[in-house]
Design a protein around this ligand. Structure first.
Ligand SMILES: Cc1ncc(COP(=O)(O)O)c(C=O)c1O
Length: 497
């Protein structure tokens, strides 16, 4: 049975009453204009809710209170790095000097903004070990695609574009990797992972040939493991003339500690919206900044942000070999302001603490849950641990049931069933910003749920019971995404209009 803790929320439209208003603006002292006459045609039907100011305020305040976020509780959603982002970053991003500029202003009128971009690029070059950074890509997947476009342009410049048509992708990769390769016109060949959780070198060798344009390797992998053979793998791919891309979405495990540019990679993407301060998720702004070695530099998206010999930051547009723009302007500018604040606030000394605590916290959770939820791989993990609820399948309990039950204990679920190669995967990324007390509370709850799974599995199967909705039909939500309220449209359909 569903237990309601708050009244079922109504849509604001259902609270609407004709003629009710939220405010009384003064009468306009400018002449009225007939929009239809000016524009030729305007919509006649508007379906704005008509509510009072108080109703409106209550409606959205109540909605906000049934929401869950990092500011309400622990958010161990694996591979998402849902860490706390200090408020100072938001304060600097809200500075009117940044928010009131326009992307189409002449370069000479925005030297401060260009300086921000250049500084972020320079610090990220130092952090990643790459020669160049561009901040144009607007998401991690967009950064992947941009790197593949650079790789393609590189092969084409050497007359090998027609020959190199294949991108190799390990079977543990995030789904965006093969999708980006396909979007870039490549065919994808999957490389298996060994029982130990590493890239299968024999399978890799068997797949390397003159048709291979490159390899996309995630490090640390989506199994939360550091790939011990990176240097060897990079050499193997380079030996056949291929390029190696690093999916660096998991940079939180490495920042300030080790640099992918030193491991042999040719290019990588970073999720600034995971590691460097903007909250991840919710469809908000993202930045899939990419780093690259100098041989890929001629193909950089343009305009290129570059500090000249006199220290002045310029936008270089005359770039004949560039792949062109990958975003309308220079990326999500306010994200770069947040990232710069974050990078400078931590400084050289502080950045390594991020990765050390991220890795420590994940290993702590893994060790505390070891007796009840075994790790998919029995070795130290990086920023996240991948556990399996396989032992509880005999009680009819699946990984998803663990996650749903966690909601009843007031904790956001971890990621389930990813990576695909781990049966009943429960992927936990605690991040560095959580205290030992929070981690202990989470582990205590998980241990309690494991007991319930053995003794009262039906409790897990019917969870969550504490929320205004129980289990949602997630498959239908994906297949029939319709988030608009349009009863008038339904009425029209019913009336055959
Ligand atoms: C390993 C990995 N690669 C790529 C991505 C794609 O990033 P985005 O969601 O910003 O496109 C993610 C997303 O979290 C990821 O975890």
């Amino acid at each position: 049975m569903r237990k309601k803790i708050v009244p079922e929320p109504q849509l604001i439209f259902t609270k609407s009453s004709p003629g009710r208003v939220g405010c009384n603006p003064p009468k306009a002292d400018t002449p009225e204009v007939n929009l239809a006459e000016c524009l030729g045609q305007v919509r006649e039907e508007f379906h704005f809710p008509e509510v009072s100011e108080l109703d409106l305020l209550r409606h959205f305040t109540n909605l906000s209170q049934i929401n869950y976020g990092i500011e309400t509780g622990f958010y161990p959603l694996g591979s998402c790095t849902m860490k706390y982002n200090p408020k100072i970053n938001e304060r600097t991003a809200a500075n009117p000097g940044f928010t009131h500029i326009h992307p189409m202003q002449p370069d000479a009128t925005v030297p401060g903004a260009l300086e921000v971009l250049a500084q972020v690029q320079e610090i990220l070059c130092e952090v990643t070990g790459f020669d160049e950074i561009t901040l144009q890509p607007l998401a991690g997947a967009h950064g992947e695609l941009t790197c593949l476009m650079l790789i393609k342009a590189y092969h084409e410049s050497r007359g090998e574009g027609d020959q190199r048509k294949v991108i190799l992708v390990p079977d543990s990769a995030h789904g965006t990797n093969p999708a980006s390769a396909a979007a870039c016109g490549y065919s994808v060949r999957s490389i298996p992972t060994t029982a130990g959780g590493n890239t299968d070198l024999e399978a890799l060798a068997a797949n390397l040939g003159p048709d291979v344009a490159g390899l996309m390797l995630t490090n640390p992998s989506t199994l939360g493991l550091f790939e011990p053979n990176i240097e060897k793998i990079c050499m193997m791919v380079h030996d056949i003339g291929g390029q190696v891309f690093c999916d660096g979405a998991n940079m939180n495990a490495m920042v300030g500690t080790t640099r992918p540019g030193d491991h042999g990679f040719d290019c990588m993407h970073l999720n600034l919206h995971k590691t460097f301060s903007t909250p991840h998720g919710g469809g908000g702004p993202g930045c899939g900044a990419i780093g690259l070695k100098s041989h890929l530099e001629p193909f950089l998206p343009k305009p290129v942000v570059r500090r000249n010999a006199s220290g002045v930051v310029e936008l270089l547009r005359d770039r004949p070999q560039s792949i062109g723009r990958v975003s309308a302007f220079l990326g999500q500018f306010l994200m770069e302001v947040r990232a710069l604040t974050y990078l400078l606030a931590h400084g050289k000394e502080g950045l390594p603490r991020i990765s050390r605590f991220a890795v420590l916290n994940a290993n702590y959770v893994k060790a505390r849950l070891n007796g009840v939820l075994p790790a998919a791989h029995d070795r130290p993990c990086m920023h996240e641990c991948v556990l399996t609820s396989q032992p509880y399948k005999q009680h009819g309990v699946r990984a998803l049931d663990f996650s749903k039950r966690l909601i009843d204990y007031g904790i956001h679920p971890p990621t389930n069933y990813f990576p695909l190669i781990v049966p009943e995967a429960i992927m936990i990324e605690p991040t560095e910003t959580e205290s030992k007390e929070t981690l202990d509370q989470f582990c205590d709850v998980m241990i309690q749920i494991c007991k319930e799974a053995e003794t009262t599995p039906e409790v897990l199967k019917s969870a969550p019971t504490s929320q205004i909705v129980g289990r949602l039909d997630e498959a239908q939500a994906v297949k029939q995404l319709d988030v608009a309220y349009r009863p008038w449209a339904k009425k029209k359909v019913a009336a055959g209009v």
